[in-house]
Ligand binder design. Sequence first.
Ligand code: ATP
Ligand code: MG
Length: 579
Amino acid sequence: MRYAELFLPTLKDVPSEAEVISHQYMLRAGMIRKVASGIYSFLPVGLRALRKVENAIREEMNRAGAQEVFLPSVQPAELWEETGRWDLMGDEMLRFKDRHQRDFCYGPTHEEVVTDLVRREVRSYRDLPLNLYQIQTKFRDEIRPRFGLMRGREFSMKDAYSFDRDEEGAEKSYWIMFEAYKRIFTRMGLDFRPVEAETGNIGGAFSHEFMVLADSGEDSIVFCTSCDYAANIEKAEILPAPDSDQRPGGETQADLQLVETREKRTVEDVTRFLGVDASQLIKTLVYHTEKGDYAILVRGNREANEYKIKKVLGVDTAALAGPEEVKEILGVPAGYVGPVGMSLPILADEEIRAMGNVVVGANKEDHHYLHFEPARDLKDARFADLRVAVEGDACPRCGKKMEERRGIEVGHVFMLGTKYSETLRATYLDPEGKERPVWMGCYGIGVGRTLAAAIEQNHDSDGIIFPFPIAPFTVILTALNPQDAKIQTIAEGLYTALQQKGVEVLLDDRDERPGKKFKDADLIGIPLRVTVGPRQLKEGKIEVKLRKEAEAITVPVEGAVDHILGLLEDHGQTHKASF
Ligand code: ATP
Ligand code: MG
């Protein structure tokens, strides 16, 4: 490809709407353009990189025995009504009607459609196992689309679905996908971790997320510094710390003392006013569930974990009540709610069990209690692990300390079991002729999000530093002063020779100053730059530079192609153009 002909509108300045690096660089490097909130067009360079990610995924999926299909993005409501998810998906699902007033949605995921296909076509145990995947556009009407491709509304996903005869087969399929995912992200050169995860709206027995480690990540993960336990903080279990950690000093076992805390409603205000640390206060939160309202108690410096609350109570929804609702339910403003005299059933975090001499809301406007002793004053509460894990918590497996990091969820694998096959009646006949539900797993990778995550991990202040496997071009051939006949001949010669070897080359034949050409090459992040310029050419040489390295080397024009090919081979490139 010749740069002068390429549709590559680069930007000099950082676009103000882009907060994270990958979004900034994808706009500046002319890869994507926004059409509406969370909806983007891909320009040629962006599309080339996206296709590379797709192809890496495709190759590993095929290698793992999955078969590619292409399911529709527009899906009839009936299927979603069968599984009950037409209502459950809420506003995230984009719904519309056809000319006959029939309900449809733009698929946010494809469990329903693929299970419908399988229930119609799979009859016998001989048809199983089966793994079907596609690379498809999804639409999710996210509340806060942001960070460019990272959290879009329209986005490309690879989704795979495995179908097995029984649990054992399903688990085998699950771990095959797990290993395939590890290969996919490894070959793209990403620093990632698989972590235990929650299953959310998709449901199922257990799941793992694949997290690319990056400070800009929207997720938090904890992992053990000693064993291999790693989990999303939404999921991470916590081993209660020893009592001594939790019992603040000072006078203990004193009587409850009512104190006035006028206008002090937040943990921060109350603790500052009373001169105590947030860890010496108990927060009382009210949660609505389908089984009624509950008072949830966590330490002042902790967050309640909605997933854990749901699990402990065995409910599908647990929503934090707002200040007005709290006032209505308990007759006390939210900031002053507490366990003493609480009319709702109380569920307290494990950590509270060992606390002593703490501050709680007094269930009376403008008042708190001092010297609350959970062992003495919290008789009817049920205790459970209810809070979000943080750095320093004890690992549930080995008890050693856990570390916390930010991550970008690029992939998610779910063990679904028979959740969808039972509701949709996807069954097969076993060798005895008995009808059984198929066992399922589902496996997603965000294609654009993976590309964005790769840029988050691979860049410097000049631009992107694409890992070779997902670079839009492998080599940028920069002809300085392309009007010079000698430079032109040599550059064109290299261009043709490399292309004949299957190398994806971008020839910068533009009539621009060298500084501008180098700047653009750095911004776009093509991993290898080959420069043909007057200075080196005087000595019969050209310049070769890896984007990730500061120094260039010079090599003789003669044998330059072999040198470049050797360098590419060192970086795992086999010179077979994928398109
Ligand atoms: P998140 O927790 O980030 O909202 P999710 O758990 O809803 O994602 P899944 O249903 O597991 O996502 O989808 C599979 C994969 O699709 C995710 O791992 C992610 O890589 C990608 N993905 C999900 N939502 C988006 C989005 N809004 N924009 C881009 N990629 C997305
Ligand atoms: Mg997920």
